[in-house]
Design a protein around this ligand. Structure first.
Ligand code: HEM
Length: 385
């Protein structure tokens, strides 16, 4: 029997779930060469922007629109199938959230691209993945779309090389193109469709970054099972922002200001949800473009994230924290091992670009620490002290 057709197991009278096994992944013989080429292409972006700015930034998702502290609460009374890994028992953790947009260069926000939400849950317990540097956190690294752009690493490498060519070049052209792409995308969406390509090129609608839902797009191990993750706005102040447009045309940092304005007045609550894989035949692991059918397996809430009103951008402190933070889907528990070829590619790429940032910036990328007894601003990295 092929490993991808291992029999699903029944977790309860109602759920048929795919059990996790190391054999679910199909590793291509030349994968390590492709991983190296992807990491090199990513690094070439950081090198290019570093040459220009003298500061080492992330090779993608370089611009941050806010960093906030939050409490990550694992819900009690989860069913046995959902009570896995970090979610095995109810608990409360300190966490840090960074909001970003995808380009590797720091651009005017009118170049409107998909949004990112990276969550670092601090001081979690359990067997860890080896990610090459000390860490005690569980990261969730998400974007606001359900589908990854390319199905496999080689196709991704081809598109990445194109992106690398356009990074750090002619911002004015990108601003002008973004306006045109946004108009076309609006017309496509009015007809019920959407274009991931147009959005990534600057055609993303100018939506409020806090009104978005975020997705892992790709699967992770979920203890005995396999799941994709999402984080969705839950509190009234956040859901009021769903679909809300922000004035980005006249404000270089329009998204950052929108996030600051929100957190000056409001608390925020998100739900963390998982979509369990019921059968890898229907819900493949190795095809990164596969969107799992929610009518077969809906997303179910397993945790809540609560952030109090707080300053979400305070220069220079937040800029320093931005430098010292390093998120990766591979910073986490063995129970939440990232799965599939694109996930496997990510490990080396994040390691290399974070090492590049550490070597060049005054503050290295390192694990933040917590002063449990302190007030909300007690989540510290070197940068936060
Ligand atoms: C082969 C595929 C991918 C590669 C090679 C890749 C690579 C990278 C790299 C090198 C960084 C910067 C790391 C740093 O310097 O700290 C990054 C950041 C990021 N990536 Fe990916 N990525 C991939 C796929 C994805 C996917 C599928 C998602 C989400 C669904 C994602 C979301 C993000 C986000 C949100 C950040 C910003 C993290 C932060 O706030 O620091 N990436 N990615």
């Amino acid at each position: 029997m092929s490993p991808n057709h291992m029999p699903p197991i029944s977790a309860s009278a109602h759920d048929i779930l795919q059990s996790y096994s190391d054999e679910l992944e199909m590793i291509e013989p030349d994968e390590s060469e492709t991983a190296q080429a992807i990491a090199d292409a990513m690094l070439s972006i950081s090198r290019k922007t570093y040459k220009h700015s003298g500061h080492a930034t992330r090779s993608v998702h370089a611009k941050s629109h806010g960093i906030v502290r939050a409490e990550f609460e694992v819900l009690g009374d989860l069913s046995p199938a959902l009570a896995q890994g970090l979610f095995a028992k109810a608990g409360r953790y300190q966490s840090i959230i960074r909001f970003s947009t995808i380009p590797g260069d720091i651009l005017h926000d009118s170049v409107s691209t998909p949004r990112g939400m990276a969550i670092k849950v601090l001081d979690v317990e359990g067997e860890r993945l080896d990610n090459g540097r000390p860490s005690t956190s569980q990261d969730f690294v998400l974007v606001n779309g359900k589908q990854f752009s390319t199905s496999n690493p080689k196709a991704f490498l081809r598109s990445l090389k194109m992106i690398a060519l356009t990074t750090d070049r002619v911002e004015a052209l990108k601003i002008a193109a973004s306006k045109i792409f946004r108009r076309i995308e609006t017309a496509i969406e009015a007809g019920g469709g959407e274009s991931g390509l147009l959005k990534s090129l600057g055609g993303h609608p100018p939506t409020h970054i806090l009104g978005e839902s975020y997705f892992s797009q790709l699967p992770l191990r979920y203890g005995d099972y396999v799941a994709k993750f999402s984080v969705v706005p839950a509190s009234e102040a956040l859901t009021a922002l769903v679909g809300r447009q922000v004035d980005i045309d006249d404000d270089y940092d329009g998204l950052r200001h929108a996030v600051s304005d929100f957190f000056a007045q409001n608390d925020a609550v998100w739900e963390v949800r998982v979509q369990l894989c019921s059968d890898v035949g229907e819900m493949p692991i190795e095809d990164a473009t596969a969107v799992w059918d929610e009518s077969i397996s809906p997303f179910v809430t397993v945790a809540r994230i609560a952030a109090q009103a707080q300053p979400s951008w305070q220069a220079p402190e937040t800029q320093a924290l931005n430098d010292s933070l390093g998120f990766s889907p591979w910073d986490g528990l063995a129970a939440h091992r990232p799965l599939g070829s694109i996930m496997r590619m990510r490990q080396l790429a994040y390691q290399k670009t974070q090492a590049f940032r550490s070597e060049r910036n005054p503050l290295p990328v390192e694990e933040p620490s917590i002063d449990d007894a302190g007030p909300a601003d007690s989540v510290v990295g070197n940068a936060w002290r």
